[in-house]
Every structure is written in structure tokens, then in C-alpha cells.
Design a protein around this ligand. Sequence first.
Ligand code: NAD
Length: 260
Amino acid sequence: MLKQKSAIVTGSTSGIGLGIARAFAEQGADVMLNGFGNAQEIEFTRAELQRQFGVKVRYSSADMSQPAQIRALAEMARAEFGKVDIIVNNAGIQHVAPIDTFPDEKWDAVLAINLSSAFHLIKAVAPEMKSRRCGRIVNIASAHGLTASPFKSAYVAAKHGLIGLSKTVAIELAEYGVTCNTICPGYVKTPLVDKQIADQARAHGISEADVVRDVMLVHQARKEFVRVEELAALAVFLCSDAGASMTAGAIAMDGGWTQH
Ligand code: NAD
């Protein structure tokens, strides 16, 4: 579905981003991986995706909290693939703490990586997408872009902001054949959530099993974590020709959580 396309997926060394990068490669797109992690493992993943699906897979270690590195990431993708058809702003971090003790530097980091990075990457590719009159922008927000939970002030603010940014970009670029949508996942069992289980247990003063049952999945009517593959399939659809009229959406894939 994505043959001849090229994509940047930020934060794709792990979790949801890696799942989306894999699905894009499977659909025939060249993919720029990005994110942190063990250099050998990243190179193994890159080479394996390239071998398995016969597409170009490259890797950039750009830090999504650094605007100059984000611009360099866009340049690198253009140099490697000749063009950028798709970007997925997925890189994200979480910090869980009560508002009165929420560390200033964590607030700044969560806002930079989860929200401002999307602004900088969109800004870097928008001229090219406008002039070629095609493009797909997918932002990975969260159910926490639509609703709030305690102890997550920075994350909830960033994800609400990402939906606002996404709608604005969608309206600005619609006449140029560029779509921009936000996917809002419920809880997905990735390394980010594994870490949160422990953090939430401390913040709420309850066990980790209770966090999963009584905090994370309490509103997810389906009572199961969302799967990475389900989110990746939605991203593929949004980036396909069939997604041409779907823009400015904040699409929940959350097992019913935000409809409670
Ligand atoms: P993850 O921790 O598995 O992956 C996060 C990725 O972002 C990794 O590749 C990491 O290296 C990268 N990253 C972190 N900081 C970075 C930086 N400064 N520069 C570049 N890359 C950086 O997490 P995940 O669960 O796959 O989360 C991916 C996205 O999905 C995030 O935006 C997260 O907020 C969102 N999300 C996750 C869930 C969930 O339950 N897991 C739910 C809703 C939304």
C-alpha cells in the first residue's frame, strides 16, 4: 500500500514506533528509524527490516528535544530517500508525579519531546509536502490527549497540545493534498508503560497488579491492552491513498476508554 513512499518515524527503536516502522516497511515504504537504545540492537533491527522487506531502512540518532537535530533528521531522510512522503511524530516520554512536586526539568523535557518535536519536524517537511502537493502526517498522542488522569500534568498538557497542533496543520495543508491526523491510543504494553506501572504504584501507594487493573485498564472497557500491531495498521491506513479525505482527526484506539 505504501510502495515508492518514504517515511520518518520518530522514536522507532522501541514500542509503538517500531511497530509502525515495521508495518510501513512491510507495505513497501523506505523508512528512517530514530530513537535511543543499544547501538548493536538498533543496527540489527535496521538491517533485519531492510532484508526482510527489501526496502531502504536507515537510522538517525537525532534527539527529539533538539530542534537543530530534528531539522538534520529531515535533511538526512531527504538525502537518503530523495523525498519525504510521510512523517510519524511518535517519540515520547512520560513522567508521573503530583503537581506540587513535579520537577521543572521533567515538565520541559516532556513538552519538548512529546509536543515541540512534532512542530519542528512538521515545519521542516511542510514546504516539500506543499510543493509536491502530497504528504501524510501522523501524530501519536494518547487517550490522555482527550482526557486527564492525576499525576501526569506535563504528559496530558503535551498530548492535548499535540491534537491542537495537528488540527491546525491539517486545516493549513488540506488544499495541498497533505493530511494530518492524531492517533490516541489507550494503554499499550510497551517499555514506556512497563516503567509507568512501577511509578504509578509508588504514586498511588498500591501494588503493580492493582495499577494494571484499577488504574490503567479501569476505563478501557475491553479490559485489554491495545496492541502495537493494531495501531500500526491504523497508521498504514491513514498514510494510504484511501486516507486522502481523513484529516484533522483525533482518532481514539483505546478500547472504549474515552467514551465512558
Ligand atoms: P517506548 O518507550 O517503547 O518508545 C519511545 C521511543 O521514543 C523510543 O524509541 C525512544 O528511544 C524514543 N525517544 C525517547 N526520547 C527521545 C528523544 N529525546 N529523541 C528521540 N527519540 C526519543 O514508548 P511507547 O509506549 O512505544 O510510546 C510511543 C508513543 O506512544 C509516545 O509518544 C507515547 O506517549 C505514546 N503512547 C503510548 C501509550 C502506551 O500505553 N504505551 C499510550 C498512548 C500513547
